[in-house]
Design a binder for this molecule. Structure first.
Ligand code: AMP
Ligand code: ZN
Length: 502
């Protein structure tokens, strides 16, 4: 398998450190707000990485963290703590906010059929580990203390900023936030922030440097190394993390281990989801959540298909029309798979375990070998092609058309087609084998007609067409379209609620 490594900026042959287990750490969300669909793109990406490794027969240990303290309004670690700020704005207890948005995030991942990580690790559960880690950095002479906190001296490690594509001298500190008095270098960052004497923090802990809270970069170094070891395989995040957060993690890892190794062998970054105004971000105030898509009639798995349709290293341009197109594509795929299932003797299909899919544990059980047993040569060719695309830096967009090729194949028997599609879906996670078309039709909240009214109009239209009264038939169709109903002549079902486009 070959994967792009942001460290070398090249696609390299991937070998896990331990052949029996690949260890992956993914930077998790800061839980001061709902995740937007750009954030969710990041986890669809790590999920395809993980599923591809599983599909290739590798067990994966996957840690995702929850940042519930320490992330400041500027990635360079200055400004205000995002959680404390949200608590003031929403007039809610900070722990309630963390709990609420952590649940909301996990629920989003579930709806997107993203495998549960083997471990969720929450920053505030690791404060003592962080203090111990910071003490090691202090003893190694990599830090200095100021009135505001304990700072990491980025000149103390070789190649600081090796991941970043922005020249380090170009990183203008303090553009939007006040400069920190006494900081030695613009790129230095706080690993422990002392509570101010005037403003009380809701989240603060005792430390050798006084009461305060840990820095965001410290959290990820501590939790990744605690659970995956000082050397692990892959660290993921969005490309914004490549510029600062991951550079700082690497610096801390190097100072902690006293080695030049960055901690993870592979650093992998997904590109942004953008809209007309640029990168989607929570701090802009306006952003799209998965729930807001669902309210428009877009099924979460249509978003998953949309995210899979662009390679993870390219920008993904959001438009509701494209997303609606992916919903139609998914409905078509699910409809075609259901039609295949109807053709196959249940007894034949029963040979495939009902519960297909990877388990979420470190070990996994999957029936790929059962699914692919004794396939006709044409079927094996399709799967070989699928695999070639996956193992070349997860070229999922080029693997997706193979679903249609399989469905439309002239000679493969339906039962073989089903098994091939089931195998491919282990990686794609679109639930092609278990969804019904009707599951994908979410009724938009603002539909004006009831189902009975739609059915009555559908019958009227049919009668008008039979009587060759096309003027009336068109009128009824327009009425239905205006109410958000999509007509699908000659198909079953004959109509669906259309997503609301705006
Ligand atoms: P945050 O909650 O801001 O820490 O972000 C969680 C994850 O989403 C990180 O891996 C970010 O790099 C990633 N991310 C943030 N914005 C976007 C975006 N617009 N498109 C893709 N990934 C993003
Ligand atoms: Zn992180």
């Amino acid at each position: 398998m070959r994967l792009f490594n942001s460290l070398s900026r090249k696609i390299e042959e991937f070998h896990p450190l331990d052949p029996s287990q690949t260890r992956i750490y993914s930077c998790g969300p800061t839980v001061y707000n709902d995740a937007h669909i750009g954030n969710l793109r990041a986890y669809v990406f790590t999920d395809t990485l993980r599923r591809t490794l599983n599909w290739k027969g590798r067990a994966v240990q996957h840690v995702i963290n929850i940042t519930d303290v320490g992330h400041m309004t500027s990635d360079q670690d200055e400004g205000e703590d995002k959680m404390e700020l949200a608590s003031q704005k929403m007039a809610r207890d900070i722990w309630q906010i963390a709990d609420h948005f952590t649940r909301a995030f996990k629920n989003d991942l579930l709806r997107l059929n993203i495998l549960r990580p083997t471990l969720w690790s929450t920053a505030t559960d690791h404060i003592h580990d962080m203090i111990a880690f910071a003490r090691v950095l202090e003893r190694a002479g990599a830090t200095y203390e100021l009135e505001s906190g304990l700072y990491f001296d980025t000149t103390r490690v070789p190649d600081y900023g090796i991941l970043s594509l922005t020249p380090q001298e170009g990183q203008t500190e303090g553009a939007r936030v006040e400069r920190v008095e006494g900081k030695r270098n613009p790129s230095d960052f706080a690993i422990w922030r002392k509570s101010s004497a005037t403003a009380q923090r809701q989240m603060e802990w005792w430390s050798p440097w006084g009461p305060g809270a840990p820095g965001w970069h410290l959290e990820c170094s501590v939790m990744s190394m605690k659970y995956l070891g000082t050397r692990f395989d892959i660290h993921t995040g969005g490309i914004d993390h490549r510029e600062i957060h991951h550079c700082n993690e690497i610096a801390q890892n190097q100072a902690y281990t006293q080695q030049s190794h960055s901690g993870a062998n592979w650093w992998m970054h997904n590109n942004f989801l953008i809209d007309r105004t640029g990168k989607m971000s929570k701090s802009k105030g306006e952003f799209l959540t998965l729930s807001s898509l669902v309210a428009r009639g877009i099924h979460p798995l249509a978003f998953r298909l949309f995210a899979l349709s662009t390679h993870y290293r390219s920008e993904l341009e959001f438009s509701i029309d494209t997303l609606a197109g992916q919903l139609i594509r998914l409905k078509r795929l699910v409809g075609a798979v259901s039609a295949l299932r109807r053709k196959v003797e249940p007894a034949a299909w029963m040979r495939v375990p009902a519960e297909i899919g990877f388990s979420s544990g470190a070990s996994f059980s999957w029936p790929r070998s059962i699914l692919e047993r004794d396939l006709p040569a044409a079927g094996q060719t399709l799967l070989d092609h699928f695999e070639r695309e996956l193992i070349e830096d997860l070229m999922i967009p080029r693997a997706l058309p193979l679903l249609d090729e399989t469905l439309n194949h002239a000679t493969l028997p339906p039962e073989a087609k089903l098994r091939i599609l089931a195998s491919m879906d282990l990686v794609l996670g679109l639930k092609l084998l278990t969804l019904q078309r009707s599951d994908l039709s979410l009724r938009p909240e603002r539909a004006e007609l009831s189902v009975t009214e739609v059915e009555t109009l559908m019958t009227q239209r049919q009668q008008a067409r039979r009587a060759k009264d096309f003027a009336t038939a068109d009128q009824v169709r327009n009425r239905l379209n205006a109410a958000g109903v999509e007509l699908m002549d000659g198909q079953e079902p004959a109509w669906e609620w259309r997503p609301i486009l705006e």
